[in-house]
Design a protein. Structure first.
Length: 241
């Protein structure tokens, strides 16, 4: 079911934004990204039906919405041609995210992702602190060896294996999944990965995402480790639009 965003828990910044503003911001982002390019020779496209007699659009309220940072293809799952995209905001210390990863996500992958109906896009939202951020960096290091989803599942499956962990513990998990441990350890120190995690965090805060897990299903806000039937309903409604 859909509800209003609750007040966010403390993170790197505090953001308190209602769901209505979130959706307006998302609509603005979608509109900006879908604006038509100039025609041949730089000519502007014809006015839309909502334009005035002088050819200028009717006045609309301007709302500043955050632009999403570029998503790493390794953090996506499913066909680019899928009719529905579900953005997943997660924190590896979040027990409800673990519930989603272990219970709902496998069902969604089998029913919708593997059949070309849904595409998952991961966004890091490590609002629970430094350990969450370190785990997010480690998962992105695994993504460089095309093992993001397997590594993400491993982090959720046993948080005791890495809570309070040093880099060596993250590398041990990587080695257990058959990754090149030396390459993984080197990637853990790459500031580019930590910057990418921070960009996702800023994006989530800018949207006012209150906690995790949180989702955008074709731009519509949805959150919590809901029963699988609730996901089915929202995904199929989006697919039918």
């Amino acid at each position: 079911m859909s509800r209003r965003w609750a007040v966010p828990r403390p993170g790197r910044r505090t953001a308190v934004v209602a769901a209505a503003l979130l959706l307006v911001a998302l609509a603005l982002v979608a509109r900006v990204q879908s604006e038509p390019e100039p025609g041949p020779g730089g000519a502007a496209p014809s006015p839309s039906p909502g334009a005035t007699a002088e050819g200028t659009p009717e006045q609309e309220p301007e709302v500043a919405g955050p632009r999403p940072p570029e998503a790493d293809p390794a953090l996506m799952r499913g066909s680019a041609d899928a009719p529905v995209t579900m953005v997943v905001f997660g924190d590896y210390r979040c027990p409800y995210c673990a519930t989603f990863a272990e219970e709902q996500q496998p069902v969604l992958v089998e029913k919708y992702v593997d059949t070309g109906r849904l595409r998952l896009v991961w966004r890091d939202y490590p609002y629970r602190g430094a350990e969450s951020e370190d785990a997010a960096v480690a998962a992105r290091a695994a993504a460089r060896q095309d093992r993001f989803w397997a590594y993400s599942d491993a982090l959720y499956a046993d948080t005791k294996a890495w809570r309070g962990a040093e880099a060596a513990d993250f590398t041990r998990i990587a080695r257990g999944l058959g990754l090149d441990a030396d390459r993984f350890a080197a990637d853990l120190d790459d500031p580019e990965l930590r910057a990418a995690v921070a960009d996702d965090m800023d994006f989530a805060l800018g949207l006012g995402v209150p906690g995790t897990p949180a989702f955008l299903i074709n731009g519509e806000a949805f959150f919590g480790a809901q029963p699988i039937g609730a996901f089915n309903e929202r995904i199929e409604a989006a697919e039918a639009e």
